[in-house]
Every structure is written in structure tokens, then in C-alpha cells.
Design a protein around this ligand. Sequence first.
Ligand code: ADP
Ligand code: MG
Length: 258
Amino acid sequence: MSFFKVENINKSFGGIQAVNNLSFEVEKGEIFSIIGPNGAGKSTIFNCINGLYKAENGKIYLDEQNIMGMNPHEIAAIGIARTFQNLELFNYMTTIDNLLLGRHLKMKSSIAQILGINFKNSNAAQEEIKHRRKVEEIIDFLELKAYRDRYVFSLPYGIQKLIELGRALALEPKILLLDEPAAGLNNEERQDMIFWIKDIRDELGISIIVIEHNMQLIKDISDRVLALNFGKMITQGKVHDVLNHKEVIHAYLGEPIH
Ligand code: ADP
Ligand code: MG
């Protein structure tokens, strides 16, 4: 079986079938992209995978384990991490504290202890050293040292997106779900994001599923692409074939593929 597998999932909201009998598979170390016009159901797929929404039927497997029915914390703990279409960071905390919070599922001690509040117990102290070491590694890896102790709200948007990526990495995931990682980024920031996504796969061996509108990013990073419209797969395969597929071009009419 593939490393990650989605099998016949459905999700509807009232009369809207947001995800319609969708299946796909992702191999270990693969970068798999999902494209489609606004409202196609892309974010809903991520919400079904990470347990925020309950898919109505079907199965989702990570490493042969069916994760359907697990809650979001359990799903994160077994190795599925994500970033969001709209940044979800703690603005009035520093970079390093946001990353430490990303590890809270791996922590036995309370977050208050880890962040140094009421911090006397030596088990918690040992644990804190371990978690801080891991988080420092991520800060080094993503070259965030200069921003380590800065409040998130004071940083450029491109850096905030990178911190969100770092927070997802802090979970030490097996698979990473990135929802529009280039949204809101300027050209230079987008190039950086492309570099980091590839580096995470190449250096850390993490499989990645990415939703994105920016076709330059899609072309640069994808091993395979799935095109979606009205919750249904149009086609999937190699980037060039998918982007030149007649129905994919049609689905994007009025929304230029750029
Ligand atoms: P995309 O990410 O491809 O732009 P979404 O997955 O966000 O699309 O949305 C797919 C469809 O499902 C849209 O019609 C959207 O309005 C609907 N939808 C998504 N989430 C909800 C929700 N929580 N409640 C009602 N409708 C929703
Ligand atoms: Mg979306």
C-alpha cells in the first residue's frame, strides 16, 4: 500500500458536495499538489485529513493505519502536521515560543512548565531541554535565528509563513499538509518558500501535500498534481500533463492559470 492513501471520501455542507468520492495516494518522500479554482474543495480535503471535519465515509491511511474517526490531536500525534490558508500563529508570542507550542503534543509536562512558568520540577526541566534543542534545530534549519526572540506580529509576512512552517515541523511529522504556502507572498518570498519546501523533502525526507494557486510554485515543486473541481478529481498525473488537460484549463476559465 502507498505511504498515504485517501480512499473514496465525501464531505457535504447542506446541499454542497464539497468533496465528492475522492481518492488519491502519496508515496514516501513525494511532493503531491492539489490545484483547483476557489471553492473546489481543496481546504476541505485537508480538514478531513486532519480530523477537523469528519468525512462522511471512505478511508484515510497513513502507513497502513486507518486514521478515519481519530480526533485532530491524535492525527497530529501520529505524524500529520499542517499549515493554514490564513496564518494561525500566536502574534504576541516570540518565534521560539510559537515553535515550542508546536511541540506540545510531544510534551508530557504542561505548556506552562515548558514556557518556564512555575518551573521547579526536574522532569519538566529535562523535558524542556530536549524540546528546546529540537526547536533550536528547526530555527537553524529554516535560518530563523535573527527572528528567534522577536514577537511574531512585528515580523514580515514571509517570515511569519516560515515560522508557521517551522511550527508544523516541530511536530516531527511524517507528512506535511501545506494550504496555500505562497498566498500573500511577494516574488522573492515565494522563491524562498519554494526552496524551503523542497529542502524539507530533500533533507528531512518528509512527504508533502500542497494546495496552491501559484502555478510557478506548482511547476517548481510537484512530483505529481491532482486537479479538482466541484469536489471531484478532474485528473491527476505529471505537472505538464495536468496543466495542459482540457478540462483543467476549462475549470480555470475566468481564473487565469499563472
Ligand atoms: P477551496 O479551498 O478549494 O477554495 P473549500 O474547501 O474551502 O474550497 O470549500 C469548498 C466548498 O465547501 C465551498 O463551496 C465552501 O463554501 C464549502 N465549505 C467549506 N467549509 C464549509 C463549512 N464549514 N460550512 C459550510 N460550507 C463550507
Ligand atoms: Mg482553500
